[in-house]
Design a protein around this ligand. Structure first.
Ligand SMILES: O=C(O)CCC(=O)C(=O)O
Ligand SMILES: [Fe+2]
Length: 232
């Protein structure tokens, strides 16, 4: 059984691990914000703001770092071998209706600007992180029904050590929600259209994050997550 997506394309439900086609309509509806812009990176430092959270966690936010994000989204929707998520994620069974593709350490990324982004992030955070970003996890949220539930990226070293996860986002804006594990107010960071957020310090083990579902009519969003070796 399939149902139509917001773009009228039958893309769900999917069986785990099965290769699936992206929502076709998305490719011909690029964001009006960056239509016609050349693909490239704006200066990173210029718009980068740090918010210090509790318990040694922090986030950096740089809205609009990637220029021409509509073109990048088009390429990713077409060229990435998207698959339904296969496994239980992180420390609990989380609901992960979305499509994914993991680029392991050393694997060429589907768009050259993503290689440039990873290099620039590695250079910028070299002193603080002490190692480069290596892997790239891509996630496709086809519409507002796709989401990821509350979790920390705690498979691997993020469970015990400070680390960083850098997320570059293209497509429609979805808010990343963050909340302290010990309880307390949550925060939300809007992510889309070339925005960057970096979760750092103890963020993966002392805070949790989520992309909630939304009833608003939203088109596809692709999240590109850069992580150091051994962090997942
Ligand atoms: O979509 C996002 O930006 C966040 C995804 C995420 O937290 C994860 O895959 O671990
Ligand atoms: Fe995560």
């Amino acid at each position: 059984m399939t149902t139509a997506s917001s773009h009228g394309t039958a893309v769900r439900p999917t069986r785990p691990g099965r290769r699936v086609a992206p929502p076709e309509g998305a490719a011909i509806q690029p964001s009006l914000l960056d239509l016609g812009e050349e693909v490239g990176l704006r200066p990173l430092r210029a718009g980068l703001r740090r918010t210090v959270l509790t318990d040694g966690a922090w986030i950096d936010h740089r809205p609009g770092w990637l220029e021409g994000s509509a073109q990048v989204l088009d390429t990713l929707l077409t060229d990435v071998p998207w698959r339904a998520e296969l496994r239980q994620m992180y420390e609990r069974v989380v609901d992960v209706p979305r499509l994914v593709c993991l680029y392991a350490d050393g694997a060429p990324l589907p768009v050259p600007v993503l290689e440039a982004a990873r290099e620039e992030l590695s250079a910028h955070y070299a002193a603080e992180l002490g190692e480069p970003f290596r892997t790239a996890g891509l996630c496709l949220y086809r519409d507002g029904r796709d989401s990821v539930a509350w979790h920390g990226d705690t498979i691997g070293r993020g469970a015990k050590q400070d680390t960083m996860v850098a997320i570059l986002s293209v497509g429609d804006t979805r808010p990343l929600h963050l909340r302290p594990r010990g309880g307390g107010p949550s925060i939300r960071v809007p992510l889309g259209h070339g925005d960057l957020v970096v979760m750092g310090g103890s963020c993966q083990r002392t805070w949790e994050h989520a992309i909630p579902k939304t009833a608003r009519p939203v088109g596809p969003r692709v999240s590109i997550q850069f992580r150091p070796h051994g962090v997942a």
